[in-house]
Design a protein around this ligand. Structure first.
Ligand code: NAG
Length: 377
């Protein structure tokens, strides 16, 4: 009993500590380093926040205590985290009753925070200008999240220097130029989101070197070139999204050997060639979207009892031939769209076809049977 209450007391103390530190009350840590404070002040002076008051707490001497969004190493007083999010549940935003909006740019002064491991300046909509190239000198950086601004310019070519970076998210900006070749040296990268920018050029051919990567979101850019076959060697990649680019060539069969691939979005590109048969029998691939390409040939009759698709969208291609009979043996097929191809023949009257509606089959050459019109004979 005594032991239990001591443990409980220790736990309560711990909770109090957590509450105090998250309230920004310093719990006997080192005060902010002068150089970090100066760097933060310079960063702040480049940004204008007319509505929220994000920086209203950035006034006291000790930036490690009570400065909104700033966290330090309590032993050294060096800034380790800067987290400013314009869309969150944070009281500073709910009190303002509106999402954040900040104008200005990210000052290169941010690169003087050379002990920082988490840098998040996200969803402020109007922050413009380039990502400071010196950011690649922040060798402790693990999280770089600049999503949802209006950043322009290109990604620093030596981005690969950020060897400890686990999360790189610059989606929803206006970044131009190529994906730097050096990116493939980021041996710790787990989550890559470059979606919805204006990136051009091709995906680096040794993209498959990113052995830790589990999500690669590159959709809605202007990428061209082929899908590197090295991607097939990625043992942790679960989600690959290349939607709405200008990627050509055929789908590498090597993608089917990826052990944990669960979603593959390749819609709205310029892919040609056939659907690799092995992809359809792949265990674990739950979402396959090949819509709006120029994929040709028959749908391989290669579904198996472990095929399990929540979404299978093959619409707007040049697929020909019959519906594959093995689709009837698949463990599960949820949403399926085969419309706008050149398929022909009788729609089987068995699961999964019997619960689909006509739109799944519309605009083919000569498919017939329920839910389309009856076959001629
Ligand atoms: C497949 O991707 C296309 C974009 O190419 C998109 O319009 C479509 O909604 C996606 N299909 C599904 C079922 O999400």
């Amino acid at each position: 009993m005594g032991q239990l209450s001591t443990a409980l007391q220790a736990y309560r103390l711990f909770l109090l500590f957590v509450a105090l530190s998250s309230a920004g009350i310093s719990v006997s840590g080192a005060a902010c380093s002068d150089s970090d404070r100066a760097a933060l002040i310079e960063l702040k002076s480049g940004l204008t926040d007319p509505y929220i008051g994000v920086f209203s707490s950035w006034t006291s001497k000790d930036c490690c205590s009570g400065w909104y969004g700033v966290a330090c190493d309590p032993d050294t007083g060096r800034v380790t985290d800067l987290v400013l999010r314009g869309e969150s549940e944070d009281p500073i935003l709910t009190m303002a009753g509106r999402p954040g909006l900040i104008t200005g740019g990210i000052s290169p002064a941010v690169c003087r925070l050379d002990h920082i491991s988490t840098l998040v300046i996200a969803d402020w909509k109007q922050i413009s200008g380039p990502i400071p190239a010196c950011i690649t000198s922040l060798s402790s950086l693990r999280v770089l999240d600049l999503i949802g601004n209006r950043l322009t310019g290109s990604l620093p070519s030596n981005l690969g220097k950020l060897y400890h970076l686990a999360i790189l998210n610059v989606a929803d900006n206006q970044i131009t130029g190529p994906i730097p070749e050096s990116l493939t040296q980021m041996g710790s990268l787990m989550h890559l989101n470059l979606a919805n920018n204006q990136l051009s050029g091709s995906i680096p051919s040794d993209f498959g070197n990113l052995k830790m990567l589990s999500r690669a979101l590159l959709g809605r850019n202007r990428l061209s070139g082929v899908i590197p076959s090295s991607i097939g060697q990625m043992n942790r990649l679960a989600d690959l999204d290349l939607t709405e680019n200008q990627i050509w060539g055929s789908i590498p069969a090597s993608l089917a050997s990826m052990p944990v691939l669960s979603s593959l979005y390749l819609g709205s590109n310029r892919l040609t060639g056939g659907i690799p048969a092995v992809l359809l029998g792949n265990k674990g691939l739950g979402i396959l979207n090949l819509s709006r390409n120029a994929i040709e040939g028959p749908i391989p009759d290669a579904f198996t009892s472990i095929s399990y698709f929540t979404t299978l969208d093959l619409s707007y291609n040049k697929l020909t031939g019959d519906l594959p009979k093995t689709l009837l043996t698949a463990a599960y097929v949820g949403h399926i769209d085969l419309s706008n191809n050149h398929l022909c023949g009788r729609i089987p009257t068995a699961s999964p076809f019997d619960r689909l509606d006509a739109s799944s089959f519309a605009n083919n050459d000569c498919l017939c049977g329920w839910p389309l019109q009856a076959c001629a004979s």
